[in-house]
Design a protein around this ligand. Structure first.
Ligand code: TYC
Length: 101
């Protein structure tokens, strides 16, 4: 007798875990010159002059603005580097990070 009783095998769908993302947030202050904020944004986040200007103006008018999202380590490294770039020039400019909901 030929074995026609072949059990269908259920394939498990592998769940690919995506790393949680963290926001880099530009915080407004009253002292850092606008042009300097734009320069730091362009240098650290590789965005255009136009994008950098929009982000700067949003933070300036609303108090803060999300610059971009990255994995936690990349977000923290970029926020620290950008903040230190400002400190080295004597400006209080702050880039913060927070986990995305
Ligand atoms: N508010 C600053 C000024 O008027 C410019 C500025 C914009 C500073 C955004 C920080 O995140 C910032 N010179």
């Amino acid at each position: 007798m030929t074995d026609t009783n072949i059990k269908p095998r259920l394939k498990t769908v592998p769940k690919v875990a995506r790393p949680p993302l963290h926001k880099v947030i530009l915080v407004n202050d009253d002292f850092t010159p606008r042009e300097f904020v734009v320069r730091v944004l362009k240098a650290e986040f590789r965005i255009t002059e136009d994008q950098a200007n929009r982000i700067m103006i949003t933070a300036h008018t609303k108090g803060s603005c999300v610059v971009a999202v990255f994995t936690r380590e990349v977000a923290e490294t970029k926020a620290t580097r950008a903040t230190e770039m400002a400190r080295s020039e004597g400006f209080p400019l702050l880039f913060a990070t927070e986990p995305e909901e």
